[in-house]
Write a new protein. Structure first.
Length: 402
């Protein structure tokens, strides 16, 4: 990747970082509020678990469906313009949800989530691609990890604010208020990015895109990195979703649904604290040992949650969030190709891998039906083994990145 080599580039990188804070914070808020739809839809529409979990299926499948066309469009449109379009699309999805809520239609709710997540796909691809302005991995990893920390801050704040509206007794209009306010904020943020649309040159490339897709996708680093992103997102969503049920079990804390849901905010808070801490730790320790150590810690904690249950199991399961904190930004940074011109294609492939959030939870649910919820966490444990393998495969990069 090309580094930041002069004061102008450094100032541009600083300005971009400040703009992206709003993107990552807003994305975290939206994701956490979408998670609250699962219990709400079960209550209001009388859905079973399989039907309610179609929320995740609709939301995360879009990464696979829309990643390729959005990447091609973003490369022609320009990344800052593409981010603005993505934010506006998310706002449209929020307003679409308001209509779906009024109609009490589950199909329309899923369609609105698909619109929202298509906007998020714009942000994932274009937002991650422009982080190459931060310079090579030695400089990009700390800032990218800090941006992910703001994303985690959104996931913590979202349930604390959104739970009252979506799960409380605030009246018929309460559930739509977070989406109305969110739409307004997203429109303002889209306008800000559109005003900065000339910060980067147009995204058009002289290269033939399709041949480059095959070359980039064929690289071992990219294939393994995409698999690591797939299983990471799947494991994170799985634990964050099923932790509520785990805390309600007689063998653990036997909490009420509301109390368990509130306590799960500690899982996301762990990711918040870990990402802020990780952004500073990366200035002294390379990303490879940090990623490998986080995977091993997650495996140990899941083993305690599977075998121990009780208070120890509950604490261990929630503490996995701390281990998750650095996994996505470090895996992403380590998977990127050295040629910055291939960044949008790499971002597309890694974005498509986020579909793991639709697959791994279903596999874990199937396991839970057969062997019980605590033992079903062996599925996300296997995911962390895959990520650990990716970290080990990048060990030669320690000298160049640390």
């Amino acid at each position: 990747m090309s580094g930041v080599v002069n004061g102008h580039d450094q100032a541009r990188a600083d300005r971009l970082f400040r703009l992206l804070i709003g993107v990552y914070l807003g994305g975290g808020l939206l994701n956490s509020i979408v998670n609250l739809l699962v219990p709400r839809l079960r209550i209001t529409l009388g859905l079973d678990y399989a039907q309610a979990l179609c929320v995740h299926l609709a939301y995360y499948s879009s990464y696979l469906v829309f990643a390729l066309p959005i990447t091609l469009w973003s490369m022609r449109l320009g990344y800052m313009r593409a981010i603005a379009v993505g934010l506006a699309t998310m706002a449209a999805g929020c307003l679409f949800f308001v209509v779906a809520q009024g109609e009490r239609s589950f199909a329309l709710v899923l369609a609105s989530l698909l619109v929202m997540s298509s906007g998020v796909t714009f942000l994932q691809i274009s937002g991650n691609a422009v982080t190459t302005a931060f310079g090579p991995s030695a400089r990009m990893a700390p800032r990218f990890t800090l941006l992910q920390a703001f994303n985690s801050f959104g996931t913590v704040i979202g349930p604390l604010v959104g739970a009252w509206f979506l799960l409380g007794q605030g009246g018929n209009s309460a559930p739509i208020l977070p989406f109305v306010v969110g739409a307004g904020g997203l429109v303002l943020l889209a306008g800000t990015f559109w005003a900065h649309r000339r910060m980067f040159a147009q995204g058009r490339s002289d290269r033939q895109v399709w041949p480059r897709v095959g070359i980039v996708a064929g690289a071992k680093r990219m294939r393994f990195g995409a698999l690591a992103i797939f299983v990471y997102v799947g494991a994170e969503v799985t634990i964050g979703t099923l932790a509520v049920n785990y805390l309600m079990l007689d063998g653990t804390l036997h909490l009420s649904a509301v109390a368990a849901g509130q306590l799960v905010s500690l899982y996301w808070a762990g990711a918040l604290v870990g990402r802020f801490a990780g952004s500073f730790a990366l200035r002294r320790i390379g990303p490879v040992p940090i990623l490998g150590g986080a995977c091993l810690a997650a495996l140990i904690l899941l083993a305690v949650a599977i075998a121990g249950q009780g208070m120890a199991g509950a604490v261990a399961l929630l503490a996995v969030g701390l281990c998750n904190s650095v996994m996505f930004p470090l895996t992403y940074a380590l998977a990127l190709p050295d040629d910055a011109d291939d960044a949008p294609i790499a971002a597309m492939l890694l974005c498509m891998a986020v579909v793991g959030g639709a697959v791994v939870p279903v596999l874990t649910g199937l396991a839970a039906d057969q062997i019980g919820l605590p033992h079903s966490f062996v599925v996300p444990a296997l995911c962390y083994l895959v990520i650990f393998g990716f970290a080990r495969s990048r060990r030669p990069a320690i000298q160049g990145i640390a």
